[in-house]
Design a protein around this ligand. Sequence first.
Ligand SMILES: *Cc1c(COP(=O)(O)O)cnc(C)c1O
Length: 365
Amino acid sequence: MNRGAVAEIDRSALRYNICSIRERTNHRAIIAVVKADAYGHGSVEVARVLAAQGADYLAVAFVEEARTLREAGIETRILVLFDRSDYPACFDLNLIPVIHDKKDAVAVSNESRKRRKTLPVHIKIDTGMGRMGLRAESAADDVLEISTFEGVMVEGLLSHFSEADLDDKTFALQQLSLFRRLCAKITEQTGLAPVCHMANSAAVFSFPDAMLNAVRPGIALYGYSCDGGEHGLLPVMKITTRVIAVRILPAGSPVSYARTFVTKRTTRIAVVALGYADGFNRLFSNNAEMLVRGQRVPVVGRVCMDLTMLDVTELEHVAEGDEVVVLGAQRGQAIMASELSQRIGTIPYEILTSLGNRSKREYVH
Ligand SMILES: *Cc1c(COP(=O)(O)O)cnc(C)c1O
């Protein structure tokens, strides 16, 4: 549905970012993470671009996301990170599930035997994230056992960092050494040569030892990092909307719910078509800027469900229908997702998914 906001997705920036990642990783295999509708950028279009750029795998959270990609004709290998509910679909759609415990492996094996087929799987090992995966203490034995299950082909081993984005890499290094030791042991015991992967975007850019056989970048593909450093990547998403009314209010006029903003002078207010229902967080009330005619202007008053007000008194001209940039560049000025995320105490990921998944998307270049 078009609520007024448009997410412009720049395919050429996406191509540039995957090429940068490939160079940085010395051409290791890339498992491109496209979960959450490609972090708000639209998984089908993004997957098409990444597949054409030679991404070795795509990774999604759930089987239904993979189904959408297959139905759109995308044939790249797909890793399903978190779905433990539908192994039959993994056979039907040619997906590679991530296995988190022996019970998962038994379920795959049962389905394999029924179909007289073998399914490649990647096995997750918990080295300190404390979320999912085999516990490290028993992981080597468990993988050894799983590797004997009929119809289960252990193609890969993975683990996930909990803080590879921090400058202090002490814990990340512990996780990595543990994972490396386990990979070596498992390789030796099973005689398999699994693809070992652990590096998220943060590790790709600041922890090169963690790159192993393959890397799993998500946020970097879209031009950002966890902390706001952009590593020379290009932002892929731009969010724009329009001015739908311009009004002059005398000094002393309250603006929006709860009168959190009261004009101090004769003030020109632009009303823009974007609110918290479009993923523009209500915490941006009196706490963000947008670009109009190439200038930064402040959000004033509470963000409403469908509307937000800007103080445009300082602009020489502003008219109904003017483009408003919420995220991205306009005439040399830019508002980055990192800026927005810092204002409300979150991370660029949440800004991109919130805004991107509720705007009408347009693909350019
Ligand atoms: C989301 C995710 C990634 C990608 O992380 P980024 O920080 O976006 O690079 C990699 N691996 C797993 C298991 C994930 O869930």
